[in-house]
Design a protein around this ligand. Structure first.
Ligand SMILES: *Cc1c(COP(=O)(O)O)cnc(C)c1O
Length: 427
């Protein structure tokens, strides 16, 4: 379905009215919740035709988030890798340091226009909670963030951020006390009062209309990047690379290029400790069709259809499902899904930091790792555009503790970075 946010993109006639991308997507929720989702769908479709809404959104994108984010040619990294030219779409430079603010601003603006008093959401590592709390503070709405007790302990700085921003962090003590239980608790709270509150999902997942709506709010990334890269290089890129957790930053950049059949699109999933171990979250690579959190998609599940516990070094990527449009784009072969391990992500994290002075989020480092591999197989006049979804400040303590810099120091007499890249290239 086309609307004012996506009018510059020719292709996106999906999802269908029922929220389907091929066999994927849709809505598998109790009737009571379905009525609420139908209401949100209707309101969304109206509001994106409203010039006042669109003006306010683009004003906030420009003056609050800092859009357009730049595209940057990572020359030193490209030279060192010795293949295609690597360009970065700098979503790490947005206010709050990642792409999530793009859809949170949209969702909270929608909530305000609908006359809601409160936005609610779940959070795992706290990234979505912080972005939503930010947008809620900006627009003067109340904000409840449901978070597992285990995650609250682990993610203290983000819990503090949310509280400082005025959000209430609701501790969830059932089950494994992590993300999945937080989702259940938040949905229950929503069902109890869908009138004054609205649920704001953190990626292109969940029942219709969220995969569509979150994608549309993120599509600004691809629309900007398409113009910027053509201005800089005179043509479209040969390849685009983005990491895939739920899949919102990837859909944001892919959407504007889906019709450009010569532009190869790559989604990078977290291979964790390896695809042959249980410790990964490579949903498309290893999953099967199932239903989770109200939508049909590929899923990492056991024989009973229960979501498996998943793992990645990047907490923003460890989700057992994936946005339904990704499952669809995989099924038709438009996007190639591959994966990067924890170790490859950490190497890319150090590589980009040392070569360009840009510390990427561990999530985004998966995309950088894949671009480094891909670039080596391409020629010097080809171009890879990477969506750098966020900055790595949140990850520095963890990386230094578990993957200390000393492992990457030069051998005696050697040049540190030659060694480092030789190491990357051995694989
Ligand atoms: C949350 C997060 C992701 C993963 O979410 P998607 O919906 O897959 O984009 C990626 N990068 C960063 C920096 C994040 O915070």
């Amino acid at each position: 379905m086309q609307n004012a946010l996506t009018k510059e993109i020719n292709t996106t006639n999906l999802p269908t009215k029922e929220g389907r991308f091929g066999e994927f997507g849709g809505s598998y929720i109790p009737p009571q919740l379905q009525a609420v989702m139908d209401e949100i769908t209707q309101a969304y479709e109206q509001i994106v035709q409203d010039p006042a809404f669109l003006n306010e959104l683009s004003d906030l994108q420009k003056h609050y988030v800092g859009r357009p984010s730049p595209v940057y040619h990572a020359k030193r990294l490209s030279d060192a890798v010795g293949g295609a030219q690597i360009y970065l779409k700098r979503e790490d430079l947005n206010h709050t340091g990642a792409h999530k603010i793009n859809h949170c601003i949209g969702e909270v603006l929608l909530a305000k226009k609908l006359g809601k008093k409160k936005v609610i959401a779940e959070t795992g590592a706290g990234q979505h909670g912080v972005a939503l709390a930010t947008a809620a503070a900006l627009m003067g709405l109340e904000c409840d963030i449901y978070m597992g007790a285990v995650d609250i302990k682990k993610e203290a700085p983000n819990v503090s951020r949310m509280k400082i921003l005025g959000a209430t962090v609701v501790e969830v003590t059932r089950g494994t006390k992590t993300l999945k239980d937080a989702v259940d608790a938040a949905f229950e709270a929503y069902l109890q009062d869908p009138v004054t509150q609205i649920y704001c999902i953190g990626s292109v997942v969940g029942p219709h209309p969220f995969p569509m709506m979150v994608r549309d709010f993120q599509s600004v990334v691809g629309i900007e990047a398409r113009k910027q890269i053509q201005e800089m290089t005179g043509s479209l890129p040969d390849a685009i690379v983005a990491c895939v957790g739920g899949g919102s930053n990837a859909m944001g950049i892919f959407s504007a290029f889906l019709d450009d059949k010569l532009v190869k699109l790559y989604g990078v999933e977290p291979a964790g400790r390896g695809l042959d171990t249980p410790d990964h979250a490579a949903t498309i690579t290893k999953g099967s069709v199932g239903i989770l959190h109200g939508f049909k998609s590929l899923l990492l599940q056991d024989e009973k259809g229960e979501a498996l516990p998943v793992y990645s070094i990047a907490s923003g990527l460890d989700y057992p499902g994936v946005g339904p449009q990704h499952s669809y784009l995989h099924s038709i072969g438009r996007v190639i899904y591959d994966s990067a391990t924890d170790r490859e992500a950490v190497e890319a994290f150090y590589g980009l930091s040392r070569m360009e002075g840009i510390i990427p989020a561990l999530e985004s480092s998966h995309a950088v790792a894949h671009a480094i591999k891909l670039a080596q197989k391409m020629s010097k006049d080809e171009v890879i555009l990477v969506n750098l979804s966020g900055r790595g400040d949140k990850d520095i303590d963890f990386v230094m503790e578990h993957y200390p810099l000393v492992e990457y120091e030069p051998q005696e007499g050697g040049d540190g970075f030659e060694e480092f890249l030789a190491h990357i290239k051995q694989k």
